[in-house]
Design a protein around this ligand. Structure first.
Ligand code: FHN
Length: 428
């Protein structure tokens, strides 16, 4: 929660992220796809040391398994994600109901996924990949065609560039970093930047200073004033960007004073890890999406393609299930363009979002037939109509205790019907 709230800080946005035209697509779209894909994916989560022992990790494998730089570079030279299919990835996002994509242009290992001119540590110059291909250009083309916004993750922390770790040469690193960001803007026109690694660059000598974050944000806004930028552009609590980034968690209440986005993995890993089969259930993920929407946030759900660029089948299955839920009976109305309900307390049986004069209660635990769902109100609420989306069942609404009882007519609603729409008396 602290990461989302961020504390008092500075926003160098050109306008107010809560209301600006610039962020309107982001506030409307609500649900995005994170993609962690890089040189680490080539190891698929396991590094075999010279002595034959195996060390497991995912996108942190270089550091956590203490892989010598030369060995890491050697394995990256065989990276050939020939089967990465941007069209299929974008389609998977679209079918899942995800409306924007955030792709790791550069993770902590410093390896860039586009042909940067700043060094040769990139997918064009240091791989076995087809030199004519450019994954970011492919993603951009397909995203544009599908009406999906494309943004880039970029790690400030760099384990590979020797200039990063030396205070004397850090300015040189920074210059290259600025040049890389300009390349990204000029070549692929991203809608969003998602920075990372500012939190612990190379402790205890953390060179990413208060001033660096502010400068970077200003630089980016000069490159393109329409950019949406996350808060990890600078030290947390100092530079806020446009939105907070709680990670692998959902704040337990709406976050005051900042747009926010929960990012989350489908299993326990960001990058591909063959050993990680700890997949979240589709039901859990839908509930997470509802909880995030009910608390006013965005949800950025991650996939990690394998070394050939293929998206794991369990990821695709879960994304497809989420898309089906969103398309069923207009249930997506409870997510897209919604905000925290505000008028009611979050019930134990689900979550409630608001869009104009409608409240959407996503129900995850139905009571027995004829039994009510209780909704505690925190402000006067005048309901003019209530129904279960999809099943056509009416819902009786009656004052009870500290709020309202909602009682669906007839037997328990069909399992696929899980949103109650409450129409409110229009505000004058
Ligand atoms: O260290 C990274 C991690 O690998 C991953 O990229 C996540 C995604 O939000 N961010 C960092 C941890 O905060």
């Amino acid at each position: 929660v602290a990461a989302a709230a961020g504390g008092p800080g500075t926003n160098h946005a050109v306008d107010d992220p809560f209301t600006s035209e610039r962020t309107s697509w982001y506030r409307q779209d609500k649900f995005g796809m994170f993609i962690h894909f890089g040189a680490y994916s080539n190891l698929e989560g396991a590094y075999t040391r010279p002595d034959g022992s195996v060390c497991e990790n995912a996108e942190w494998i270089m550091r956590q398994c203490a892989i010598p730089k030369e060995a890491y570079e050697k394995q990256a030279a065989s990276f050939d994600p020939a089967q990465f299919d941007a069209k299929a990835v974008v389609k998977a996002a679209k079918d899942a109901g995800q409306r924007y994509i955030v792709f790791t242009s550069k993770h902590h290992d410093g390896y860039t996924m586009w042909p940067t001119k700043q060094n040769r540590w990139n997918l064009r110059d240091h791989s076995s990949f087809d030199k004519r291909r450019d994954l970011l250009a492919e993603l951009k083309k397909e995203s544009d065609a599908a009406g999906i916004k494309l943004g880039f993750y970029y790690s400030i922390w760099d384990w590979h560039d020797p200039d990063f770790a030396d205070p004397a040469t850090f300015p040189r690193y920074k210059k290259r970093m600025y040049a890389q960001l300009k390349e990204l803007v000029d070549s692929y026109d991203p809608a969003l930047f998602w920075f990372d690694g500012e939190w612990d660059t190379d402790n205890p000598v953390n060179r990413w200073s208060r001033r660096d974050g502010a400068e970077l944000e200003t630089y980016l806004r000069e490159l393109n004033p329409d950019l949406v930028i996350n808060n990890r552009v600078g030290k947390r609590g100092v530079v806020e960007g446009d939105f907070g980034t709680p990670e692998q968690e959902i704040p337990d209440a709406p976050v005051a004073g900042q747009l926010w986005e929960s990012c989350m993995t489908l299993n326990d890993s960001w990058g591909y890890a063959a050993h990680d089969t700890h997949w979240k259930s589709a039901g859990r993920l839908v509930r997470n999406l509802n909880d995030v929407a009910g608390r006013g946030g965005n949800f950025l759900l991650n996939i990690g393609p394998d070394r050939l660029g293929r998206v794991p089948a369990p990821s695709l299955d879960r994304l497809a299930a989420m898309g089906r839920w969103l398309r069923t009976a207009g249930q997506g109305e409870s997510v897209y363009g919604s905000e925290a309900a505000g008028l009611v307390a979050e019930p134990s049986w689900g979550s409630v979002s608001r869009k104009g004069d409608k409240l959407y209660a996503a129900v995850h635990e139905w009571p027995g037939a004829g039994k009510p769902l209780h909704l505690k109100t925190e402000a006067p609420v005048e309901v003019t109509g209530a129904r279960v989306l999809g099943s056509g069942q009416r819902v009786a609404v009656a004052p009870a205790g500290d709020g309202l009882d909602l009682t669906p007519s007839g037997t328990a609603p069909a399992p696929a019907s899980s949103v109650i729409e409450l129409s409110l008396k229009p505000t004058p």
